[in-house]
Design a protein. Structure first.
Length: 395
């Protein structure tokens, strides 16, 4: 792998002691409730795959359609995606979006409840020196089916892979749109601040990750499921970056492969307030979701035509929490957010990690407390292959 030693070391440690990864823990089948949530499959040319001599790994994440062509997911699911098989990070030298890792098109999106991976030739059918041939075969198979939609990946402009949780959001713009009756809606700026003392507030998370990971066993994956975790804390380091949700048998939670999946405001809402970012290596206790109601994130999404939902008084009414046919805020970011003329669409100053973090501590890159939740390395048990954690055990 052509990355820095620190990242390589974290990767090696992850492969050695982490469990296979790749759904919502203790959750329930989605049963068509969130047709705008789908699974992402993407190729990272700089990521190692121990089955091959050359670098190049395939991973999965979860994403949410906010329009026919715009999929919102985690920043770490968009950074470093390949461009027609080539590195976008100067062979791993670039570790932030200011220098590279942007604009890759080796990413595909499916809204199927259980996406079809059987179209992909098994990796076991390729020799150790045939990773480039595997890439070509998988790309051709994905491009040939109408289920999988190719896209171009763009992480948050302030995304830093060495501190991914500080700006952990990104966009995949589909080459061809997916027409649905409705899409998820973006929460207005500061929406989550209404819950600072309400630790009983119940959100809803959706994803395609594992249902359970114990260290010796992993169950599920690649099927859209939902769970109902409750708020544990809005405190984060840096402030206003992520919130911490429960992850247990009572309400469920998130696990590996759920990265980038939506957190909705409640179990009857399609108002997206956050995307799944990190958690513990056994997918229990708590999980971290990255806030999408902060000014810099809303400015970033406005650049793709995504604006917060305007009718706040209707946010919890009607089927799915928002009236059918309701749209986004008309006009550009200069119109303000929730009537706030101070928000003009310009990117606010970057958040920076605090030297004395609040609860919980910023997630580690290697195994231990606060692990980022990574995508799973495709293709998993369908081809008799191990599912392995990617860069730092991200969901």
């Amino acid at each position: 792998m052509r990355r820095t030693l620190s990242i390589l070391g974290a990767l090696l440690a992850t492969f050695l002691i982490a469990t296979p990864v790749g759904a919502i823990t203790h959750g329930f089948p989605d049963n068509g409730e969130h047709p705008y949530v789908g699974e992402l499959l993407f190729f990272v040319p700089d990521a190692p795959d121990p089955r091959f001599d050359d670098p190049g790994g395939w991973f999965t994440c979860t994403g949410t359609l906010l329009s026919s062509t715009i999929v919102v997911t985690a920043g770490h699911c968009t950074f470093g995606v390949g461009l027609n098989g080539a590195s976008t990070t100067h062979d791993g030298a670039d570790t932030d979006a200011a220098h590279g890792g942007v604009g890759g098109n080796d990413v595909w999106f499916s809204t199927a409840a259980a996406p079809n991976f059987d179209i992909l030739p098994p990796s076991s059918g390729f020799a150790r020196d045939q990773n480039p041939q595997r890439y070509q075969a998988w790309k051709n198979a994905l491009n040939a089916t109408p289920e999988w939609h190719r896209a171009t990946a763009t992480p948050h402009p302030l995304y830093d892979d060495l501190a991914f949780f500080v700006h952990d959001t990104g966009v995949d713009r589909l080459d061809t749109g997916i027409t649905l009756g409705r899409y998820a809606q973006l929460a207005p700026q500061g929406w989550l601040d209404r819950y600072p003392d309400n630790k009983k507030h119940v959100f809803e998370t959706v994803g395609y990750g594992l249902e359970k990971s114990t260290g010796s066993q992993s169950i599920g994956g690649d099927t859209r499921r939902k769970s109902s975790p409750w708020l544990q804390s809005l405190k984060s380091s840096p402030p206003n970056t992520y919130m911490v949700l429960s992850n247990n048998a009572a309400g469920g939670g998130t696990c590996f492969g759920d990265s980038g999946g939506p957190t909705f405001d409640n179990t009857n809402s399609n108002l997206i307030v956050a995307d799944t970012s990190f958690g513990n290596n056994n997918c229990t206790g708590h999980g971290g979701v990255y806030r999408l109601d902060e000014p810099d994130d809303q400015a970033f999404l406005a650049g793709f035509g995504i604006h917060p939902y305007r009718r706040l008084h209707d946010a919890h009414s009607g089927p799915g929490g928002i009236p059918a046919g309701a749209g986004s805020i008309p006009g550009g970011p200069s119109s303000g957010v929730h009537g706030d003329p101070s928000y003009d669409g310009r990117m606010p100053a970057a958040r920076t990690p605090d030297a004395r973090p609040s609860h919980p501590a910023p997630p580690d890159r290697g195994p231990g407390r606060g692990l980022p939740r990574g995508a799973a390395l495709a293709t998993g048990p369908r081809h008799g292959e191990p599912r392995r954690p990617p860069r730092g055990l991200r969901r």
